[in-house]
Write a protein that binds this ligand. Sequence first.
Ligand code: NAP
Ligand code: MG
Length: 403
Amino acid sequence: MEKIKMKTPLVEMGGDEMAAILWGMVKEELLEPFVELDTRYYDLGLPNRERTADQVTMDSALATRELGVAVKCATITPNIDRVQEYGLSKMWKSPNATIRAALDGTVFRAPILAAGIEPYIRSWKRPITLARHAYGDLYRGVEIRVPGPGKCELVYTNEETGEEIRELVHQFKGPGIAQGVHNLDKSILNFARCCLNYALSVKQDLLFSAKDTISKVYDRAFRDLFQQVYEEEFAQRFAEAGITYQYCLIDDAVSRAVRDEGGYVWACQNYDGDVMSDMVASAYGSAAMMTSVLMSPDGCFEYEAAHGTVRRHYYRFRKGEPAVANPIAIICAWAGALEKRGELDGQAELVFFARALRDSALLTIESGIMTPDLAKITTHPSPKCATSLEYIRAVRGRMAGLH
Ligand code: NAP
Ligand code: MG
C-alpha cells in the first residue's frame, strides 16, 4: 500500500514530558507508516522556548495563520518550580495563551465518547462541545473593598467630548465590596463568529447562554451581538446545513445539559465556560478523554489534547517504568488536524485515513484493550489493561487491516 502524500503542510508544535513521548509513539506507529507527513515543525518544548526567548511560540502561531491547520502537543506552563527545574531565565507565558491571543481564537473542548466508558450523566449519548469566551468579565475586573459609608459610582468619560455617563453602583452605609467588569464588541463579535463557524464545520446546533433577564445591558449586549452576526453572516448557511442557532438563558442551558442526549455546541461567557468545562470534563471520569480545538474567526484550526504533559507519569517513565498514559486524545488531535487538512485541500484519502484512525482508536477501547486510567472505570466485562505502546500497537493492527 502506497503512503498518502499530503498536498499542503500543516504546523506541528512539539511539547514536553510524557505527552512528548506519546507524541513520538503515535507518529512512529500510527502516522508515518501510512502518511508521508508534511509538517512545518516548531519545537515548543520548554528548553527550546528558553533558547529562543519564546520566539518559537510566536513563530508557530504565525505559521498557523499561514497554513490554516496546526496540531499541538501539551507544553509546560512554567511556574516557580519549573523555573528551577529547567534553569529558566524567565517565567515564560503559557504557549496556549500566546497562540490564542495571536489567533484571536476560541477554544472548543469536547469529550471523547467510547462504549464501555460511560459518563456519570447517563443521558449523554453524543458529546457536548463547550466554547468559552476568553476575554473580559471577571477575569479583567477591578474590585474595591469598600471600607465604610460612601458613594460608589460607575463613570465613563468620552475621550473626545469629555461627556460622562454615570451610574450609581451603591450608596454604602457601611463596609462592603464592589466590582467593575467590561467587555468589547470586537471580542464578542469574534467569539460569535468562531462559534458559528465551528458549529458549521461540525454540523451541530449552537446554543449561546447568558443571563440577560438580570443583566439587561451587559448580557443583553452579548445576546444582541450574537444574534446580529448570526443573521448577517450565518443564517443562510445554517439553514443549508440543517442546523440551528439559539440563545438560551444560562439556567435553561445548564438544566438542558444534564437532561439532553448532547451533540451540540454550547457557547459560554468567560466565567460560565470556566466552570462548565470542568463539569463536562469530570463527567467522563478520565482527564485523558477530552479533545480541544482552537479556532480563529478567520477559520484557522489548532488541534490538541485537553490534558497537560502528564508530569507524574513522566517521572515514573524516566525511572524506567513502562509508559501507561493514555494517548487517545493525542491520536484524536492528529486525526482532527489531518481530517481538516484533507477537507481544505479536497483530499478524500487523507480525510478517510484520519477518520479510520479515530475509529480504530475508539474501537480498540471498545474491544476491551485500554490504558489503566480507563481500565479502572470501564463497564467492559473483561478489559485488558495495556501500556501506551501496547494500546497503540493494537490500534495499528486495526489500521493495517483497513489498508
Ligand atoms: P495533566 O498533565 O493533565 O495531568 C493531571 C493528571 O491527570 C495526571 O497526573 C493523570 O492522573 C491524569 N491524566 C492526564 N492526562 C492523562 C493521560 N493522557 N493518561 C492518563 N492519565 C492522564 O495536568 P497537570 O499535571 O496539572 O499539568 C502538568 C503540566 O502540563 C503542567 O506543567 C502544565 O503547565 C501543563 N499543561 C499543559 C496544557 C497544554 O499544553 N494544553 C494543559 C494543561 C496543563 P494520575 O497521575 O492520577 O494518573
Ligand atoms: Mg475551570
